[in-house]
Design a protein around this ligand. Structure first.
Ligand code: ARG
Length: 297
């Protein structure tokens, strides 16, 4: 089975100011705060695991006024252009509580050598949150609805010259695609169809040749879709026995890490790690002019 070529270089934010300060998803409850020392230890264990598996981690500091910035997946969509130039389309967060994150992330990415661009910023233009966008098959698969807006798909397709396949997210608890979808290799992915409307669920199942279908309960209570894959190892916050049996049968090694403190803010392993090594022309076909494919209404 062809392993994913991407997923070896991650951007992460060190959780020095992680708190649950407001409520923008059903998991957040400001009366249930993360333990700062435990959160830091869990985060460090994740970094160590990625490095042990041969991955690289670039760390960006957390702004004191941005408690959710630890969920680095949402800072922007990193891609390597066909000529090898790294770029990142900055997120334009749905909620104003997270918009200041971009003000630190953009200069940081620029300093690291990424060309940066926007589809919207400071409340003007399309909302895009990168936890909704993953390369799979012949396209960038983008969930829209709770966070990313449909208009952003058009911008991504035309500005990056790629095919974008949109999926309508309807489940309030799976407000980012990465809570319901995790590419495993070139043919396989974890998929939780109950995050999506009927047409989008059918479109995603048609796109993934060998889906490992998760129940709504598995995805919501264990965050198991919010995992990352490095070669043939999958790093997960939890793994139901049934899911583990299938993953192992397919030849994956399952590594479980406790990220409990970060679940209090509504995110887990994928949300904390932003892969910036997806290459256009290798992991995503280049489609001059771009193309957007939406599920039937
Ligand atoms: N509290 C954050 C928010 O609601 C959690 C982000 C989770 N990230 C993710 N990629 N799913 O925005």
């Amino acid at each position: 089975m062809e392993q994913l070529s991407w997923g070896r270089h991650y951007v992460m934010v060190e959780p020095t100011h992680f708190r649950v300060e407001y409520v923008i998803n059903p998991f957040m409850d400001p009366s249930d705060q993360p333990d700062p020392a435990l959160a830091m230890a869990q985060w460090r264990a994740l970094v160590a695991t990625i490095e042990r598996l041969g991955g690289t981690v670039s760390v960006l500091p957390q702004r004191a006024d941005a408690p959710d910035m630890v969920y680095a997946m949402n800072l922007g969509l990193g891609l390597v252009a066909e000529d090898g130039a790294p770029q990142v389309v900055m997120s334009h967060m749905r909620y104003p509580q997270r918009r200041m994150e971009t003000r630190s992330a953009q200069p940081w990415f620029a300093e690291q050598g990424f060309a940066t661009s926007y589809v919207g910023a400071d409340g003007v233009g399309a909302h895009l949150e990168a936890g909704d966008a993953f390369a799979f098959g012949d396209a960038l698969v983008v969930g829209y609805g709770p966070r990313t807006e449909e208009l952003a798909l058009k911008h991504l397709a035309t500005e990056l010259d790629i095919r974008v396949r949109g999926l309508r997210i309807t489940h309030p608890g799976m407000y980012h695609l990465d809570l319901a979808f995790c590419p495993l290799d070139e043919r396989r992915a974890l998929v939780c169809p109950s995050a999506l409307d009927e047409a989008s669920a059918a479109a995603l199942l048609a796109l993934v040749p060998e889906p490992l279908v998760l129940t709504e309960e598995e995805a919501l209570t264990t965050f198991c879709a919010n995992s990352i894959v490095i070669g043939s190892t999958i790093v997960m916050p939890a793994c139901p026995d049934r899911v583990r049996a299938q993953l192992e049968e397919w030849g994956f090694e399952v590594v479980i890490l406790d990220l409990s403190e970060f679940h209090k803010g509504g995110g887990s392993i994928r949300c904390l790690t932003n892969p910036v090594d997806v290459q256009i022309g290798r992991d995503l076909p280049s489609v001059p002019g771009g193309e957007v494919i939406l599920p039937p209404v």
